[in-house]
Design a binder for this molecule. Structure first.
Ligand code: ADP
Ligand code: MG
Length: 240
């Protein structure tokens, strides 16, 4: 579904991504782990061109999205993204937050958009919050709404950048549970997280990034159970 070839990204003279090669398959759950500053967010943001790569090539569903003339907006509709800071629209209700993009971008009819939004609210367990405003929600609820909002565009892949890092510990589980359900239902996902238990349980593949490269990748059993590289072992010894 996603093919990344020799992806490079510099900010000024500083090279942050130093040549990343990766194929992500339909239905796969890829979990990206690694120390702070290793380029995980930059990598994720390059996948939907929130950051413009300085080198290399990215294809999505067989089409190069880094080629000149490609309309990234069309591709972005198929890539849902969830951030650490929920980025909900504060002056819109939960239902309006979820319906906004389907109405504006997909030009859906209001009734149709609302019907699907309510379905998604059921999926994330927040039907009763349809008329609430973001400020009235807990962090965990906000993040579940942010997930529902991303899903409203019926994306083909979901990108998560540390979706539970801003949450109080008691709210982490409810968000991970929603993500786990998505995985079980076959959603293709790329997830940056420090939740190692979740990574191990839900990930099909674990990527360990350090210094702008993928140092090591494999199944959870391989990477967590038998890390090959000293840098991976060192990182895991600090977080496990
Ligand atoms: P991670 O998500 O693994 O913590 P990031 O991808 O956020 O790492 O950042 C990797 C490096 O790139 C960091 O040193 C960070 O300061 C730098 N960086 C990220 N975004 C920018 C930017 N817009 N301008 C300059 N430097 C950046
Ligand atoms: Mg980051």
């Amino acid at each position: 579904m996603i093919e990344v070839k020799n992806l490079r990204k510099s900010f000024g003279k500083l090279e942050i991504l130093k040549g990343i090669d990766l194929n992500i398959h339909k239905g796969e759950v890829v979990v990206v782990i690694g120390p702070s500053g290793s380029g995980k967010s930059t990598f994720l943001r390059c996948l939907n061109l929130l950051e413009q790569p300085t080198g290399g090539e990215i294809s999505f569903e067989g089409q190069s999205i880094t080629a000149k003339g490609h309309d990234i907006n069309v591709t972005r509709e198929k890539m849902g993204m969830v951030f650490q800071q929920f980025n909900l629209f504060p002056h819109k209700s939960v239902l309006q937050n979820i319906m906004l993009a389907p109405l504006k971008v997909k030009k859906q009819q209001a009734a149709e958009a609302e019907k699907y939004a309510m379905e998604l609210l059921r999926t994330v367990g927040l039907e009763d919050k349809r008329d609430a405003y973001p400020a009235q929600l807990s962090g965990g609820q906000k993040q579940r709404i942010a997930i529902a909002r991303a899903l409203a565009m019926q994306p083909h892949v979901m990108l998560f950048d540390e979706p539970t890092s801003a949450l109080d510990p008691e709210m982490v589980g409810e968000v991970l549970e929603v993500m786990k359900q998505l995985a079980v239902n076959g959603m293709t996902m790329v997830i940056v997280t420090h939740e190692m238990g979740f990574a191990r349980e839900v990930g099909d593949r674990i990527l360990f990034m350090d210094g702008g490269v993928i140092v090591e990748q494999g199944t959870p059993a391989e990477v967590f159970g038998h890390p090959k590289h000293a840098r991976t072992r060192d990182f895991l010894s600090k977080v496990l």
